[in-house]
Design a protein around this ligand. Structure first.
Ligand SMILES: Nc1nc2c(ncn2[C@@H]2O[C@H](COP(=O)(O)OP(=O)(O)OP(=O)(O)O)[C@@H](O)[C@H]2O)c(=O)[nH]1
Ligand SMILES: [Mg+2]
Length: 391
């Protein structure tokens, strides 16, 4: 906007002061003219001198506009710098991503033992490729302990949780706790101590697996730690000295003992021990193909009320799972109620047998891990099994 102003003074500095008072700094002087004004128009006498100033006032104050331009420029520069930095960051991120996926690809094809043989599903392969370090360590241990691949994956699925940030499955807790939690979900564990009293427990299984020794361990612990009343009946009568060692051991602990070679003798012993909380029956191992002999044994035991009778299939950790299944298949027509796993100390590959145990699906009652009576036995709990696996 152009403005014309007329000042009586000639002094430019004075005029500028006046203008500043009126318009601040927001004006630009366009033109300055010295003019004369006459009292009678068109008669040039008695004229008086004036200063005519033409100024322009911009729509926006000049300073603000300049500042705005500066700000605009600054913004553009900053934006440009930021964009460049962003580009750099993007590139760095991309290369990090590539490194990471290379690493994980290299690291996470952990299908080391047996996987190819077992034709894993795409889902299982994907799961394995998403395992974090701790989970991979556990997988290594399960492989070392000869767990079948599919069971190892099942265990890991239970032991791990998905970490959204890392996009990985990793252990939910310490290896001991995470494994223990997983085992609890996948297998059944039971304790004789939770059973109502007046139970008859028999250990049944192949020769030399540790049945008699395990009974000696269980009853000693019952008597020494729990003050439970127990008795033992041995059906191992046809072998020379079959029951002798057990008998002399039980004598020391003053645990009542009977031998029974007939159904009648067995029933008499049962009556004699009717006040005992737990009665253990020791049976000599025999081939599963000796069907007659098994029938004879179950004929002797046959009249026991089913709910009172707890026959436990006893097998050792060092047995081949197929052999365990073979034995189970032959004996499953009898009312087996659980499992005892012996000789954990004799093998490092304690996981192999679990492919059979998964199929048998009976609760586990005890693990034994040495020849020492009464020490080398532990109740079958998820935590004890986890310890045996991680050891
Ligand atoms: N290393 C080890 N040896 C064990 C364990 N349990 C038992 N044994 C040993 O295995 C051998 C056989 O044990 P027994 O208790 O006589 O086995 P069994 O099942 O009663 O045998 P049969 O009566 O012949 O059927 C003995 O030398 C025991 O000391 C164990 O947990 N670890
Ligand atoms: Mg025996």
């Amino acid at each position: 906007m152009l403005i014309r102003k007329v000042f009586p003074s000639k002094d430019i500095v004075e005029i500028q002061e006046e203008l500043r008072k009126l318009y601040g700094n927001n004006f630009v002087v366009i033109e300055i003219n010295h003019i004369k004004k006459y009292p009678i128009p068109f008669i040039p006498i008695f004229g008086k001198e004036f200063t005519e100033v033409i100024i322009e006032i911009p729509d926006k104050p000049v300073e603000t506009e300049e500042e705005e331009q500066k700000e605009e420029f600054k913004k553009e520069v900053v934006e440009e710098i930021l964009l460049k930095e962003l580009e750099e960051l993007k590139k760095e991120l991309q290369s990090l991503k590539e490194d990471l996926s290379k690493n994980t690809k290299e690291k996470k094809i952990p299908i080391r033992v047996g996987a190819k043989k077992e034709n894993l599903s795409e889902d299982d392969k994907k799961f394995l490729s998403q395992l974090g370090d701790e989970a991979l360590n556990l997988l290594d241990i399960l492989h070392e302990k000869a767990f079948p691949e599919k069971l190892a994956i099942k265990i890991l699925r239970e032991a791990t949780g998905y970490d959204i940030e890392q996009e990985l499955f990793d252990l939910k807790d310490t290896p001991q706790k995470a494994l223990s939690e997983a085992l609890e979900k996948l297998f059944e564990f039971r304790s004789l101590e939770d059973e109502d009293p007046q139970k008859v427990i028999a250990l049944i299984g192949p020769t030399g697996v540790g049945k008699t020794t395990t009974i000696a361990k269980i009853v000693s612990n019952f008597v020494l730690n729990n003050q439970r009343s127990v008795g033992v009946i041995s059906l191992d009568t046809f072998r020379v000295g079959g029951a002798q060692r057990l008998e002399s051991f039980l004598k020391v602990l003053e645990i009542p003992f009977r031998k029974a070679d007939t159904k009648k003798a067995f029933e008499t012993a049962l009556e004699d021990f009717s006040d005992k909380e737990f009665l253990f029956i020791d049976i000599a191992g025999r081939s599963v193909y000796d069907e007659l002999s098994w029938k004879e044994i179950f004929n002797i035991l046959g009249d026991l009320e089913e709910e009172k009778f707890i026959p436990l299939l006893t097998v050792s950790f060092n047995m081949h799972p197929d052999v365990v299944l073979e034995i189970y298949e032959h004996l499953k027509s009898y009312p087996l109620k659980g499992l005892v796993l012996t000789k954990a100390d004799e093998t490092y590959k304690r996981g192999a047998i679990f492919s059979a145990i998964e199929k048998i699906s009976l609760p586990m009652y005890y693990f034994t891990n040495g020849q020492k009576v009464p020490h080398n036995i532990m109740p079958a709990t998820p935590s004890n099994l986890a310890k045996l696996i991680l050891e």
